[in-house]
Design a protein around this ligand. Structure first.
Ligand code: AMP
Ligand code: GLY
Length: 426
């Protein structure tokens, strides 16, 4: 099979690494890829938001299967275009990707299928939004409706902060994404990520993970795209996974099918876990959906799943998930993000990263590249999040120790990482 993966981050490196190990994969192209991906696959310069160009590229290269990594090409309808051209595709349609691209859409779907989530209201003007905030009080959560690269959510601990967020959003800080605003009840609890494959009708749990969104140790400082992850997330017990499937995921998938926009791809459910104050029952409520694998959550999932991933992605695209079964080992994986100093604010590009050649690369140790480029045989940093140092172990503590051993062998004075990835579970 000739396979094309769209994207060029750590998530796509991890996907490529897993897919490549499957004997069904003959030729693997990643667009645009990065310096790490170039070591295991062909990289192609291609505008992955241009659906017509992606289809033409697939035809020129006899691509049999397309895997879409990030949300932007999904929201741009790239999966619709490749499917319409008769190419087997992993990734939801533009209509189904609304589950990530519009907060209001997701809330309406939750209401229609009675999936538990935060109480909410939507506004297209500042004044009624502010009245609502004054009525509800803080803490309260203000969200730009559209895609805002993870920056469109303000968890306001005071009323003044929430009111200022309204001014920013309607003032155009998030462009079109902020023309409509969703205001939500603040949910307390522990967050975890639950991944589910859906072929439109059948849903298959595909692992749990926990991310570390804040930039600093002890979950301090500004939010980032994620500074590290581990899998499994012990807070998502078997019982809570079953509850989330029954109350949130399956109702959502049925509702999407009922609307004539079946969801096909990976569904990434961000869940908030707490005890119901009324019944005392342990419960999971939906924070948000994403229509793609998490980054860096994919890195730990791929490390644990390995080659079978390709079979499951094909079964999803082929609508054969009812026959699929995931083989889980009783193992753990942990990934530490190395980022450029200054991230998530401004940072320098172009610094040289040393020590990578001597690191182990096997089924238990991988350095996935996020923002890197190769120049004259050297690896240079070219993004905010740059490397995802990932290890697998029989225990989470072992995975963590192995990952930090690799981190300490990397020579990159311009980079930094959190030293406490995994603390919640350890
Ligand atoms: P989202 O992009 O919707 O996932 O929001 C980003 C982050 O904001 C989430 O991962 C949560 O940490 C936080 N968040 C979003 N909505 C809520 C909510 N209703 N209550 C508490 N925290 C929230
Ligand atoms: N790590 C969070 C995300 O991928 O959205």
């Amino acid at each position: 099979m000739n396979i094309l993966i769209l994207g060029g981050g750590g998530r796509e490196h991890a996907l490529a690494w897993a897919v490549k190990q499957n004997p069904k994969c003959d030729r693997l192209i990643v667009a645009p890829g990065n310096a790490g991906i170039a070591q295991i696959a062909e990289c192609a310069a291609l505008d992955i938001l241009d659906a017509g160009r992606v289809v033409a590229f697939c035809e020129e290269n006899a691509i049999d299967f397309v895997i879409v990594g990030p949300e932007a090409p999904l929201a741009a309808g790239v999966a619709d275009a490749t499917r319409a051209a008769g190419i087997l595709t992993f990734g939801p349609s533009q209509a189904a990707a609304q589950l990530e691209a519009s907060k209001r859409f997701t809330k309406e779907v939750c209401d229609a299928c009675a999936a538990p989530t935060a109480a909410w209201a939507r506004f297209t003007e500042a004044s009624p939004a502010k009245d609502y905030i004054r009525e509800k009080g803080a803490p309260i959560v203000v969200k730009a409706d559209g895609l805002a690269a993870g920056k469109g959510v303000i968890v306001a601990m005071t009323e003044a902060e929430a009111l200022a967020a309204i001014d920013d959003m309607f003032g155009g800080e998030f462009g079109e994404a902020g023309a409509e605003v969703v205001i939500e009840e603040f949910m307390q609890g522990e967050e975890a990520s639950f991944f589910i494959l859906s072929d439109g009708t059948t849903a298959l749990p595909f692992g749990t993970a926990q991310d570390h969104k804040r930039v600093g140790d002890g979950d301090t400082g500004p939010n980032t795209g994620g500074m590290g992850a581990y899998s499994p997330a012990p807070v998502l017990t078997e019982a809570l996974q079953a509850q989330a499937m029954e109350r949130i995921v399956l109702p959502t998938i049925r509702e999407m099918a009922r609307r004539g926009t079946p969801y096909q791809g990976i569904l990434y459910a961000g869940l908030m876990i707490d005890d119901d104050p009324q019944s005392g029952e342990r419960r999971a409520r939906l924070v948000e959906y994403n229509c793609r694998f998490g980054d860096p959550e994919a890195q730990v999932l791929m490390m644990r799943l390995g080659a079978q991933v390709l079979d499951h992605l094909i079964a999803t695209a082929d609508q054969r998930l009812a026959q699929a079964k995931v083989n889980w080992a009783d193992d753990h994986a942990l990934s530490v993000v190395l980022a450029a100093k200054g991230y998530p604010g401004s940072y320098q590009k172009g610094s040289r990263i040393g020590g990578l050649e001597d690191l182990p690369q096997d089924s238990r140790h991988m350095v996935f590249h996020a923002g890197t480029t190769a120049k004259d045989g050297a690896t240079l940093a070219s993004g905010g999040r740059v490397l995802n140092v990932t290890a697998r172990g029989d225990s989470l503590a072992e995975a963590r120790d192995e990952a930090y051993k690799m981190v300490d062998a990397i020579d990159w004075p311009e980079g930094f990482c959190r030293r406490d990835i995994g603390w919640r579970a350890l």
